[in-house]
Design a protein around this ligand. Structure first.
Ligand code: ATP
Ligand code: ZN
Length: 211
């Protein structure tokens, strides 16, 4: 009996995910280019995946658990259980417009084209605000969209905001605040739930020690 956890293969969440497991006293050897590895002192198998794929793997039950940004969990929309917020990978999904554009309220987005990699979350935001706008889904370099005439506004992940500034944009709305979370498949067995409780207990102890 083992738990299988999916974490990001490389990128912003990779190091902190590994670090968290290590701080929980779980020994894993993360060899470069490995697809998976096994903990030596805890019944845990670790899969290394693209962050966007993690919710689906957990939903499908290929992995039991995953560490991924709330932004990705929400965008994918699977009914996963968020077990614990992890306190790293903090960022926000922000609406931004060219510095030169006059912007007073969210109404100013009406009729605009908005470029984003998060169409589901943005659509939800616009709907709640009662705004009709055109969403253009693009997968990367969203911040260049206004400069090349693709859109009048963008909605993208930021932490400091310096990338926006460098691209002549200003942040005008916070659409979502996000951090890395531990998610679980909703149909774990009783035995898996006991192992999960053990892991969560350790995570909470690690978090407490940092406060
Ligand atoms: P992958 O190759 O796994 O698909 P990626 O390029 O989609 O990687 P990263 O840029 O590594 O993803 O970001 C992973 C997660 O890190 C984001 O989904 C978000 O939750 C978080 N994050 C924290 N700060 C930032 C930031 N400034 N910009 C983007 N993502 C951030
Ligand atoms: Zn990704």
């Amino acid at each position: 009996m083992k738990l299988r956890i999916a974490i990001q293969k490389s990128g912003r969440l990779h190091e902190d995910s590994i670090k968290l497991l290590k701080e929980c006293g779980i020994d894993i050897n993360n060899g470069v280019n490995k697809l998976k590895t096994e903990a030596t002192n805890f019944p845990l198998e670790v899969f290394f995946l693209r962050d966007d794929d993690i919710p689906q793997y957990v939903e499908d039950g290929v992995a039991d658990l995953g560490i991924v940004g709330e932004n990705v969990v929400l965008e994918k929309g699977y009914p996963l259980e968020t077990v614990e917020k992890l306190g790293f990978g903090k960022c926000r999904l922000a609406m931004a417009v060219p510095k030169s554009m006059e912007y007073a309220t969210v109404q100013d987005l009406h009729g605009k084209r908005i470029a984003t990699s998060y169409p589901v979350i943005v659509n939800d935001f616009l709907k709640k605000a009662g705004i009709q706008a055109e969403i253009h889904e693009i997968s990367g370099s969203v911040e260049i969209a206004p400069g090349i005439g693709l859109a009048e506004a963008i909605c993208d992940l930021v932490s400091s905001g310096s990338t926006l500034f460098m691209n002549g944009l200003k942040e005008v709305e916070t659409v979502l605040r996000s951090e890395a979370v531990l998610v679980a498949n909703s149909k774990l067995t009783a035995e898996q739930k006991m192992l999960l409780a053990k892991l969560v207990f350790r995570i909470q102890a690690v978090k407490k020690a940092k406060n």
